[in-house]
Write a protein that binds this ligand. Sequence first.
Ligand SMILES: Cc1cc2nc3c(=O)[nH]c(=O)nc-3n(C[C@H](O)[C@H](O)[C@H](O)COP(=O)(O)OP(=O)(O)OC[C@H]3O[C@@H](n4cnc5c(N)ncnc54)[C@H](O)[C@@H]3O)c2cc1C
Length: 322
Amino acid sequence: MIASLSFGNFFPTRSPLQWVTAQLSASCSARLYGFWELRPLIPFSGGTCLEGGYRGSPVGGICVDMSGMNKIIEIHEADSDLVCQPGVGWMEINKTLQRKGISLFFPIRSTIGALDPGPGATIGGMMSSGSSGTNAVRYGTAKGEWLLNATVVLPSGEVIKTRQSPRKSAAGFYITKLFIGAEGTLGIITEVTIRRAPVLPTTVAIVHFPDVKRATEAIIDVINRSVGTQCIELCDSEFMRSINLCGASQRKCPEQDSLFFKFQGPTSAKIIKEIAQKHGGTDYQLARTEKEALDLCADRENAIYSGLALLEGSRGWSTDVW
Ligand SMILES: Cc1cc2nc3c(=O)[nH]c(=O)nc-3n(C[C@H](O)[C@H](O)[C@H](O)COP(=O)(O)OP(=O)(O)OC[C@H]3O[C@@H](n4cnc5c(N)ncnc54)[C@H](O)[C@@H]3O)c2cc1C
């Protein structure tokens, strides 16, 4: 049942012995400890992780569904941070801030486009999978300093808060980071304080290159020129073929090695175009409206569906670059 939620996951499923829904508080952490003594506890949240970290273990286990713990607890506007439960989605957070007229966002994921990678991902899951998104060029990843602290129920039943939330650092072990990317193996996260960044206007462009080497040289040049780049995504010719097969956007793309750029600032577009041309880039297309930007982004953001379109009946096997 669980793995079937992860359409892109190649690995076979193992069902947990039991599924429990969490409304964790300090008082029930002792009972949780009791469960933990019997079988592994496997937290489940948005169910979007492509590596299937929430699958049952070979000895069975108890799946703890955290998706109901989905409240934003406090918004600290003056401190640019926000306290939330682990089951709240990054999209919900950004929408709430927008609705309240607060021009700050949680930048690990894009602000453009509802179909950004992992749209159903939640803060607890993102923290536990050390996730990132297309904004990593400008803002870094969950492994940066966007997750200021967390409250965690440990396998011993003890509840800890990893640190307070000042920006300043101090000597001592960075306990918060232990839980970033731990995939629920070290404890269950029940509350997180996240940092937010100002929303700045962005636009997007796509440009095509004769080969990956030239495209890569253009990336190095752009990064070293300190242009206000928020994201740069390299899609090779095979991937561009898959985009055309999948047909997420209205356009047909040249099936060439290509770069998608998202950038801030009025002069960035011109500089990026010049750099791209210097490295053999052709057919530079800049989105002039938000609708055009969404359409351009849709091609990259549907990457997994496009990849799967290459081979009928295929399933995803995601890998990481370390
Ligand atoms: C289309 C698509 C594109 C994606 N693109 C990217 C990408 O570009 N970059 C990237 O980094 N990721 C990407 N992802 C993966 C995404 O980052 C993860 O899916 C997401 O971070 C997991 O969040 P989740 O809420 O769905 O967690 P789940 O999938 O439910 O769980 C993820 C892991 O966290 C653990 N966990 C969940 N909640 C808790 C908790 N409260 N306490 C402790 N452990 C917990 C689970 O046991 C599991 O090991 C993509 C996913 C999709 C579907």
